[in-house]
Design a protein. Sequence first.
Length: 196
Amino acid sequence: MAGILRFRRARGPVELAVDMAGVRLGERLIQAGVANPRVFAALAGKAGLTGRACAVVDAAEAGARLEAAAAREGVLVEVSVAAHGRWPYEDASFDVGVLDGNALLRAGEGDRLDRLNDMRRVVRPGGRVIAVRSWPAGLALRLGFIAERREPSGEAAALREAMEAAGFRPVRLLAEREGLTFVEGFRPSDDAGAGG
């Protein structure tokens, strides 16, 4: 059992997600879905006043959750509701994209591809996109014992395949730890357009 579990102080999910997203001062950030509103607010703080932080959600109440988290952090954000249709942002207008991996996996195939195509369209060529999925951490993690994952989960593989199918290259699993999965992809530098 000692080889399977080890004691390590777990970082909070917000700090880990912010570090993995790697948003820098002055960058333009877009998030698709609600995910963890505190993470979005913290990322908006990283972008700062010289950057831009936007989100696209499916419903007004989801947008209100993101706006409330941003207000608590004292950061400026723009939230748009676009349930089914093209996002209200210009092509290549963002440096970094964050996808709610849980919402992406729950979506039907057509909706999933639409979200990914919109993300690819609005992120600049060479821009980075990270899908963040949360999963039940269990008692061992809460007590500080981290169960090591030897193989990528099926959900991580599904996120990677979906991003590759939408034209992101390269796509890779960054990590699955502390109740979070991170899958990273890039819009190819020579990508003239997005849409399938």
